[in-house]
Write a protein that binds this ligand. Structure first.
Ligand code: HMG
Length: 418
């Protein structure tokens, strides 16, 4: 039997504070419906300087190790996907290794390509295990980021922050990846970037949406070609994309998942051997189907709507949200996942939800993590956004979590809550 490889367990970490999105809209003189209905947001995580990409990554990793009793001696690889690292040279992953006192006999590095960096790390881990080179060892892949566009910018309501830590092994209790079916599409574009030394991203917002949907089309069609060849999906009474129980997308803001789904359906509708609609308008209409969006996408977006963009972690926050609510119902069913990183790179892959997904998610208890958050006013959010990143506020870390406490001689020092 072919070796199964994929995600065994996951854990999340989120900033301790958030702002209500309608309150933010009112403070900006914007109709709240633009942020809620127009972008699909509810709340937005507010990371303070003590909650940097290292602190969030280490907090998620520590929670994963603790709640799922991970044996450090069995880990052979630690990859952090991030685009908001803290040093030009020393990786976030090596901080995490030190903070968690992980063994030295590991491959440890960061992976960067905007929001795609986490998926790049995940695929390196999956293929390392599938190749046999891991020799029974597991990998930890952490996606950790803080999305920041700045006050009073069009991107402001799509900020956020957090981390998702994934345990990758030959026991894929959450998701067994269809190794080798992945479809990729990458292009050299300037849709979103962050020049060295800048804290805020620069973005050509509407163009970035087009780059995302163009790259999605390429990646999905490449995956579909392989999936058809392996008879994982087929053209028939339903289209290939409709044969996936759920489809998870990179979620810079929730409405983007809806746009992405329309584009994916359009790929199927345009390429179907028996055209389901004869005019461009008819094809558009069919692609926009609310029924399909509600059935295949909507249930994965709850956590994203409450946290905002988490760059590398957004897709995996959607996976956490989906399995948290539908882990039991989806056991044994195939789902599709679309990763997108500006610049740009995208990858579509698929996997089968494990029988133990619901049990694993109950242990992970993402709701308990979300419930610890505190709502702050827009004035407090603005104060936090204006804090110097050199002097983190002296707040005690929450139980089991890490915070940046000090930067001394250009070295970052972290403390862990009891
Ligand atoms: P904007 O230009 O201020 O907003 O910024 P808009 O005018 O496009 O309106 C947004 C939506 O709200 C529209 O819906 C409006 O119709 C609707 P749509 O037509 O698109 O379906 N709307 C309303 N709805 C109800 N009631 C109202 C109302 N008013 C308007 N009263 C934009 C939007 C997304 C461009 C901005 O927030 C931005 O620049 N965000 C950051 C960039 C981004 O997220 N890009 C996504 C694709 S790129 C990506 O995903 C990669 C990324 O994660 C980074 C990485 O890879 O590292 C960003």
């Amino acid at each position: 039997m072919k070796k199964q490889v994929g995600i065994e367990a996951l854990a999340i970490a989120v900033p301790r504070r958030y702002v209500d999105i309608e309150e933010l809209a009112r403070a900006r003189g914007v109709d709240p419906a633009k942020y809620t209905a127009g972008l699909g947001a509810k709340e937005m995580a507010v990371a303070d300087p003590g909650e940097d990409a290292v602190a969030l990554a280490a907090s998620a990793a520590a929670r994963l190790m603790r709640t799922h009793a991970v044996d450090p001696a069995k880990l052979g690889m630690l990859v952090v996907g991030t685009e908001t690292g803290v040093d030009h040279s020393k990786p976030v992953a090596s901080h995490v290794q030190g903070l968690l006192k992980l063994p030295s006999s590991m491959r440890v590095y960061d992976s960067q390509h905007a929001c795609y960096g986490g998926t790049a790390g995940l695929m390196a881990a999956v293929e390392w295990i599938a190749s046999g080179a891991a020799a029974g060892r597991s990998a930890m892949v952490i996606c950790s980021d803080i999305a920041r566009y700045g006050l009073n910018t069009p991107g402001e309501p799509t900020q956020g922050g957090g981390a998702v830590a994934l345990l990758v092994s030959e026991q894929p209790d959450l998701l067994a990846v269809d190794v080798g079916l992945n479809g990729a599409c990458s292009m050299d574009v300037y849709d979103f970037w962050r020049p060295i030394g800048r804290r805020e991203a620069v973005v050509d917002g509407h163009y970035s949406i087009k780059c995302y949907t163009d790259a999605l089309s390429g990646a999905y069609r490449n995956w579909r070609e392989r999936a058809l060849a392996h008879e994982v999906v087929r053209w028939g009474a339903t289209m290939p994309g409709e044969q996936l129980a759920r489809i998870l997308y990179h979620v810079p803001f929730c409405k983007m998942a809806r746009k992405a789904h329309t584009q994916l359906r359009l790929c199927d509708i345009e390429d179907a051997p028996n055209a389901p609609a004869s005019t461009p308008e008819g094809r558009e209409e069919l692609a926009k189907s609310s029924a399909s969006y509600n059935a295949q996408v909507a249930s994965s977006l709850d956590l994203n709507a409450r946290v905002g963009n988490v760059y590398t972690a957004s897709l995996y926050l959607a996976l956490a949200g989906l399995l948290n609510t539908e882990g039991a119902a989806l056991a044994g069913q195939r789902v599709g996942l679309l990763s997108y990183g500006s610049g740009c790179a995208s990858e579509f892959y698929s996997g089968v939800v494990g029988d133990k997904a619901a049990k694993r998610m109950a242990t992970t208890n993402v709701e308990a993590v979300m419930a610890k958050r505190e709502r702050v006013s827009v004035a407090e959010y603005e104060r936090i956004m204006n804090l110097s990143y050199e002097n983190p506020e002296p707040l005690p870390p929450q139980a089991g979590e890490f915070r940046l406490s000090e930067i001394r001689d250009h070295k970052r020092l972290y403390t862990q809550g009891p």
